[in-house]
Design a protein around this ligand. Structure first.
Ligand code: FAD
Length: 287
């Protein structure tokens, strides 16, 4: 099923994410986690893509298995900046063959050595390519706090508009820990004429080291309330996990209460975390 049709039903939806292994020896454990998450029957499941394309076969395989074995709609991520046009087309052919209808079109991070391929500079170019390659439902990434490389939020929203104009059907946000940031962003994107559904990306932080990495990578704002949790429970893994899940769940309830229906949980191959969040929302999300 196409994700735009799922979202068009106008009901709250919960989706989860898995990331494929970098090496074959880890495939079995990732597959097990992905299948356990699929058994929760989320609205859809996204499968990330290694920026260099090295894990592409696992992305397609896991996405296909989720669909075939569990009848859960997959969203296959695809990055372009480190890929040739030929490689991108090959992956799209494979997705089509496996009847995977949804693609999240991304540029990918610029590698530390700055070495990229020349065929694509921005995700908008990938979206144009996907449009030509078949009847895919296309998603893209967006950044309520601005993308780290962009000069300011206005420029970033302008580039988001280019992605939507190129043909993307919905956008999923980078994680955020203060819902007011999203509400403000929604106002700004709607004002710029971006009308596609915006899915809120929520990250349950289950251990303290995760948060350091997140802040280094994306400069995400941490509210005092969140910092207090990490400060108080960071040294107690079980308590940190419980508090992190509760924080994410509260964020989701507030979002849905304020009319944000699409919720994507960065569940990071953790079926227990996904299950606990889903269970806490059983009456809110419904079936
Ligand atoms: P773009 O939309 O191309 O934007 C990149 C930067 O260029 C932004 O600063 C933008 O403002 C600017 N820009 C865009 N167009 C122009 C233009 N015409 N002129 C000048 N500047 C421009 N990474 C992975 O490797 N694998 C994944 O599976 C993955 N999944 C993700 C899922 C989500 C929901 C999100 C939010 C991110 C994901 N990422 C993933 C990370 C993503 O690849 C990085 O954030 C990357 O740095 C930017 O990708 P993008 O598609 O947003 O790029």
């Amino acid at each position: 099923m196409k994700i735009r049709d799922i979202l068009a039903e106008g009901k709250p939806t919960l989706s989860f994410e898995v990331f494929p292994p970098k090496t074959e020896d880890k495939y079995e454990s990732v597959e097990k986690a992905a299948f356990a998450i699929a058994q929760l029957k989320p609205a859809f499941m996204s499968v990330t893509y290694g920026a260099g394309g090295g894990t592409s076969k696992y992305t397609v395989q896991i996405a296909s298995d989720i669909q075939e074995k569990f009848q859960v709609t997959p969203l296959a991520h695809l990055t372009c900046v480190s890929s040739t046009r030929e490689k991108v087309r090959q992956v799209l052919d494979e997705l089509r063959e496996k009847k995977i209808e949804n693609v999240l079109a991304l540029r990918g991070d610029i590698p530390a050595d700055g070495q990229v391929e020349k065929d694509y500079q921005y995700a908008s170019q990938l979206i144009e390519e996907i449009k030509q390659m078949g009847d895919f439902c296309i998603g893209a990434a967006c950044y309520p706090e601005g993308h780290v490389e962009s000069a300011n939020k206005t420029a970033d929203i302008q580039h988001l508009k280019e992605k939507v104009d190129a043909g993307c059907d919905f956008v999923t946000t980078q994680m955020f820990f203060d819902n007011n940031i999203l509400y403000n962003y929604l106002y700004r994107v709607r004002e710029k004429g971006i009308t596609v559904p915006v899915i809120a990306g929520i990250m349950p932080v289950t251990h303290a080291s995760q948060i350091k990495r997140i802040c280094q990578m994306s400069g995400t704002y941490l509210p005092a309330r969140f910092k207090a949790i990490v400060d108080r429970f960071g040294d107690n893994p079980a308590a940190m996990k419980q508090a992190g899940i509760a924080y994410a769940t509260e964020q989701i309830i507030d979002l849905i209460a304020n009319g944000v229906n699409g919720i994507h949980v960065y569940s990071m191959n953790k079926p227990d975390v996904a299950a606990r969040i889903q269970e806490s929302l059983s009456e809110i999300i419904g079936k």
